[in-house]
Design a protein around this ligand. Structure first.
Ligand code: PGA
Length: 261
């Protein structure tokens, strides 16, 4: 995989937005896999700026959701569908009809998970999937020891993830659901390009384990090592525990200019 160390989160957002814009110019109806959380926001902001400047037309793209809370009504402000409406669809001017996501309010969650995997396959698969990483190495909501072959399914959140996410629920952990639907690690690996972003020293251990540690379900993001086109975009803080930091800087600085990420 390629590791790109950027000066700050804004630069990472610009780099990834550039890759998204190039993808959409090449394939106007591309399926973009989007993640929630704080880390991808600079990507969405940079892409929105490109759309508003007329540099790329996203009117035909489709948007695919990575994960969702179970039990929150879709219109709850912190359901990931609502978050993505606010942070991705509205700024980019993308119609709700172009949005695919699992139904966290379904009465039959197992069927909802299978339906979502089928919908992704029916759409031709995800072209570029944006990922954050948890402090425990999770991707999507695949917590440690998730099967590396898993498909979309229900998961139970760890206490740490609920603590991390309480900030979106007025700091009140009791409001954070215990259960989620998440694309499985196998589902995520089906995307044609994976781009994982991380910012800040709090993510440094998880990033080092994912990039330089063994492929192991105890660190779900290490599954990116199995993917033929995975890019890890980290700021200096998140890169601070990488032993091969200088090597990654050197190779990125010297790669062919036409190659992109
Ligand atoms: P964050 O979340 O971007 O808000 O840190 C990442 C994640 O938990 O996957």
């Amino acid at each position: 995989m390629e590791v790109v160390i950027v000066p700050d989160a804004k630069a990472g957002g610009e780099l990834v937005a550039q890759a998204l814009a190039e993808l959409v110019r090449r394939k106007p109806d591309a399926v973009l896999g989007v993640a929630t959380g704080s880390t991808p926001l600079p990507v969405y902001e940079a892409l929105t700026a490109k759309v508003r400047a007329g540099a790329v037309d996203v009117s035909r793209v489709r948007i695919a959701q990575l994960d969702e809370y179970v039990g929150l009504p879709a219109e709850h402000p912190e359901s990931y569908r609502s978050v993505l409406r606010r942070e991705v669809l509205a700024p980019l001017g993308i119609d709700e009809a172009a949005f695919m996501g699992p139904d966290g309010a379904a009465s039959d969650i197992v069927a909802a998970c299978q339906a979502y995997d089928a919908a992704l396959a029916g759409a031709g698969g995800v072209d570029l999937q944006i990922l954050g990483i948890g402090t425990d190495g999770h991707i999507g909501f695949n917590e440690p020891c998730s099967s590396l072959a898993s498909r979309t399914r229900i998961k139970t959140l760890t206490e740490q993830t609920r603590v991390d996410n309480a900030r979106f629920f007025d700091g009140d952990i009791t409001q954070v659901p215990h259960h989620v639907i998440t694309q499985g690690i196998g589902t995520i690996l089906d995307a044609r390009h994976l781009v994982l972003l991380a910012s800040g020293e709090g993510k440094a251990d998880a990033v080092a384990a994912s990039v330089e540690g063994p492929v192991a379900s105890v660190c779900p993001a290490s599954a990116l090592q199995l993917h033929p086109h995975a890019t890890v975009v980290v700021d200096e803080g998140a890169a601070s525990k990488l032993k091969l930091g200088d090597y990654f800087r050197y190779t990125f600085a010297n790669k062919p200019a036409w190659q992109g990420i």
